[in-house]
Ligand binder design. Structure first.
Ligand code: F6R
Length: 635
């Protein structure tokens, strides 16, 4: 077991370093790796690194490349072994891990090709077992792994060791968990295209490494990070077996650390300063723990749950309960743009000015209605000037078949018109679709076509919420047009486009998403563009009267204690929201009908909004059909 360093970390059985940003954490690991490589090079020895793919290590690899280019870090003495590969994908496939590693790291450093080892996804089935044994032998022959880099999946997997994998599992062929396949659906443009199997190093093979460093970013991983570090090791969460290793460090960002006991429930592991935020969180937690609405919590409930000092400072229970009840009650508003001419002392949004200029930013075309379709509708109905801006075209998310059926439709229309001149653009698109295979990178014309398709869907979706065509804006940010998932890099042109929009609208309210998500995810990248744009407009006069609200994206858990504004929806409003989400037809076809455990986007939105409403009800507030939650963003 790893050593506990402070009282508040007493529940953690693994050393965890919390960093302000993923960049900071990645740089810390890059420094460690560079130190190891240099020390070995000096001694004339090689280093064996175990490497991971996915969004998480991208920043680490960028930093290593930078060190190679700018600081002369040589990888000539490095041997690498990758954790895993999709089974059935050839190396050249755009989603193969072999290709990922070359594009993200190997092509940019001086590592000898012969020192690179990635599991082979094309080994014939009958030879897989022997191949896996040989891979393990090769690691041994190289001297064993000195430092193993890991990410973690939302299932708690390391490598592709899904729940059920034992601590002694070795390199083998595995079946991917349905959640893992869903998480990969975006890369493969639809869950149905995600391979079902993979070859992965086992948990036992990983534990053989001399040192292990796991990286994790974003709120979606917070729960598994906490469980891996704090719960007893079990096959239900393979990452928890890392507790059995003597030299493991987790480097995590703040969002990924948010479910650790020392962060989430600090009063359970030592004395705390009872700030308003912590008090609110504690009371919400207690109410859930004892399954009582807040106004029924007793002094005994507090004392029996380690919160005597909170009572001493802010109690008795009766007073504290009412205070927190009122605080949460005040987050509920049917007036997300502020209620004109009303006393706004206890309202989440100010009354004046009315109407407000409101800007809703959507990373990809459907995020806006999924996250806040009901609220957009209300804002429009309450007279505000609402502009909805899609930051990216979303063309990467359109399956070829969708594009093909639209192209065929247009060609057929044209052919049925005797006088119709041949539309060369659509025919060209059809030809490009015929010539490409599913995972080839789309030529620019096809991307334009797919983008146009999403634009129309997005217009229809926000039109259903009352937003006019003129107020539906498409920024088509260049980083997205020039990139692919996991390879996006934002530049000045992206930030300038958002700055121009902000200066044109001079909004009183901005609604955005992605603030605490994995920084390699599209919503987080889009949020980072907004943050930089806000930085550039810091001294503009309109900024003095502008608030930024964060709406919840598709992932992440929001506790009601963290919600600053809760906009309720009636059953009718919820149906209207669902209908507007359904306008994004090209996205619907990507969830295979038979594996809808998590459901389509509209179902997830419905479930989430109803769950928030239930939480408010259970806490003893109001009983609404559904609620859209928001947090205020403070720079
Ligand atoms: C990748 C791997 C996986 C990922 C995990 C997290 O080689 O072994 O365990 O580390 O699925 O993926 P991302 O980083 O994309 O969130």
């Amino acid at each position: 077991m790893n050593q506990v360093t402070t009282e508040s970390q007493q529940r953690e059985r693994i050393r965890i370093q919390i960093h302000d940003t993923a960049d900071e954490a990645s740089c810390a690991l890059a420094l460690e790796i560079a130190g190891l490589i240099r020390a070995r090079a000096k001694a004339g020895r090689s280093v064996v690194l175990g490497l991971a793919t996915g969004g998480t290590p991208v920043r680490l690899y960028r930093e290593l490349i930078r060190m190679h280019r700018e600081e002369g870090l040589s990888f000539a003495n490095v041997v690498t072994f990758n954790l895993d590969e999709y089974y059935g994908l050839p190396r050249e496939h755009s989603q193969s891990y072999w290709r990922f590693m070359h594009e993200q790291l190997f092509d940019h450093i001086d590592i000898p090709a012969s020192a690179i080892n990635v599991p082979d996804g094309m080994v014939p089935r009958a030879e897989v077992f022997a191949w896996c044994r040989a891979y393990e032998q090769k690691i041994k022959d190289a001297g064993g792994i000195d430092l193993q880099v890991l990410g973690i999946g939302r299932t708690g997997h390391i490598g592709f060791n899904e729940p059920g994998s034992g601590a002694d599992s070795r390199t083998r062929l595995v079946t991917l968990d349905s959640m893992t396949r869903r998480d990969a659906a975006r890369d493969f443009i639809g869950e149905a295209n995600v391979p079902r199997h993979a070859i992965t190093m086992g948990v036992g093979s990983i534990l053989d490494a001399r040192r292990i460093v796991l990286l994790s970013w974003g709120g979606a991983k917070a729960r598994v990070v906490a469980e891996a570090a704090e719960k007893a090791p079990s096959e239900a969460l393979p990452a928890s077996f890392l507790q059995q290793h003597g030299d493991v460090t987790f480097h995590v960002d703040r969002a990924s650390a948010s479910e650790l006991t020392r962060i989430k429930l600090p009063w359970l592991v030592g004395p705390v300063e009872w700030t308003p935020t912590i008090s609110r969180r504690a009371v919400v937690w207690l109410s859930r723990q004892v399954k009582k609405p807040v106004l029924k919590l007793l002094d005994d409930d507090y004392t029996e749950h380690g919160m005597t000092d909170l009572l001493t400072e802010q109690g008795p229970a009766y007073i504290l309960n009412i205070r927190i009840f009122n605080e949460l009650q005040h987050t509920i508003t049917g007036w997300p743009g502020g209620k004109p001419d009303a006393d706004d002392t206890h309202r989440p949004e100010r009354a004046a000015p009315h109407p407000k200029r409101v800007l809703v930013l959507s990373p990809e075309p459907s995020d806006d209605v999924i996250g806040m379709g009901g609220t957009i509708r209300r804002l429009v109905e309450q007279g505000h000037q609402v502009t909805v801006a899609c930051q990216t075209s979303g063309n990467l998310g359109v399956p070829d078949e969708e594009a093909a059926s639209y192209a065929d439709f247009m060609i057929e229309l044209e052919d049925s018109d005797a006088k119709g001149a041949s539309n060369t653009f659509v025919r060209k698109i059809r030809q490009q679709l015929d010539e490409k295979s599913a995972f080839d990178i789309d030529p620019p014309e096809l991307r334009r076509f797919k983008g146009a398709l999403r634009r129309e869907e997005a217009r229809a979706a926000v039109r259903a919420c009352g937003v006019t065509k003129e107020n539906s804006v498409f920024l088509d940010l260049p980083f997205y047009e020039q990139g692919r998932y996991r390879q996006f890099r934002i530049g000045d042109a992206d930030v300038d486009a958002v700055v121009a929009l902000l200066r044109k609208i001079e909004p009183h309210q901005i609604f955005a998403t992605g603030a605490s998500e994995d920084p390699s995810s599209l919503p987080a990248i889009c949020f980072s563009v907004l943050r930089q744009a806000l930085e550039k407009t810091r001294d503009d006069a309109w900024r003095r009267d502008c608030r930024v609200w964060i709406y919840r994206g598709a992932s992440g858990i929001w506790d009601i204690a963290e919600i600053d504004m809760a906009v309720p929806m009636s059953p009718m409003e919820l149906s209207a929201k669902i209908q507007s989400i359904c306008h994004h037809k090209s996205q619907r076809s990507q969830t295979p009908a038979r594996s809808q455990q998590a459901g389509e986007a509209w179902q997830q939105a419905e479930q989430h909004n109803q769950a928030v409403a239930r939480a408010y009800d259970e806490f003893g507030l109001a009983n609404y059909e559904a609620i859209e939650p928001f947090r205020q963003w403070m720079e």
